[in-house]
Design a protein around this ligand. Structure first.
Ligand SMILES: CCCCCCCCCCCCCC(=O)SCCNC(=O)CCNC(=O)[C@H](O)C(C)(C)COP(=O)(O)OP(=O)(O)OC[C@H]1O[C@@H](n2cnc3c(N)ncnc32)[C@H](O)[C@@H]1OP(=O)(O)O
Length: 164
């Protein structure tokens, strides 16, 4: 059984961020996230661009893009400490429309850890001025090594019940 640290270290990186399964073949995050690593205060820093593929209203990001980016940034906090977590809850505040094709910056950090639960915080700003566009708080549960197998077993039971 590999440790969480080994699991994290084996996950491919593209533009400085660990890649989710669907982005591994393309070699970069489809959301337009580049990782800048942890700073001296333990804050994870990111460069972000919302491309036109995520345009919602004219010239601005779909809210799903903003929420996904915040999920990813807050979810990366434990990864950067070589721990594996999944999102248990995420609360997003959409403070200003997020412009597409504009350089943005992201920051995320841990507020506190309670048992297996990481309480993380993050924000998205306009790179040019630092204006705050969105922020989120979330709880991320350290996951068991068998998390995805457990999911498959659970799903098989559900599908079995549906077929009865
Ligand atoms: C190396 C990594 C790679 C990654 C790529 C780079 C990514 C970069 C960053 C990515 C960032 C993006 C991040 C993302 O977007 S992660 C994706 C979004 N989040 C999820 O999919 C999480 C879904 N929720 C859960 O799995 C559970 O609720 C959690 C784990 C949060 C509960 O946890 P918690 O400690 O709070 O509570 P508990 O352990 O008492 O469980 C509560 C209930 O849940 C059941 N349960 C638990 N587990 C499983 C399971 N596996 N299969 C089936 N069921 C499961 C359990 O039996 C119980 O059921 P019941 O008794 O109430 O009926």
């Amino acid at each position: 059984m590999i440790t969480p640290r080994e699991h994290v270290e084996r996950t491919p990186i593209g533009d400085g961020v660990r890649l989710c399964a669907s982005c591994i073949p393309r070699g970069r995050c489809r959301l337009g996230i580049s990782g800048l690593g942890l700073d001296a205060e333990g804050v994870a820093r990111f460069r972000l661009v919302c491309d036109a593929g995520h345009e919602g209203g004219p010239g601005v990001a779909h809210g799903g893009w903003t929420a996904s980016v915040l999920d990813e940034m807050l979810g990366s906090v434990a990864l950067l400490h070589k721990r594996l977590t999944v999102t248990k809850s995420l609360t997003v505040e959409f403070l200003r429309p997020v412009p597409i094709d504009q350089p943005l910056l992201g920051r995320s950090w841990n507020d506190r850890i309670e048992g297996r639960h990481w309480h993380n915080v993050g924000e998205v700003t306009l790179a040019a001025t630092g204006a705050l566009l969105g922020r989120a708080t979330g709880v991320f549960s350290e996951r068991d090594p068998d998390h995805f197998q457990r999911h498959k077993d659970w799903l098989a039971t559900q599908i079995g019940k549906a077929a009865d």
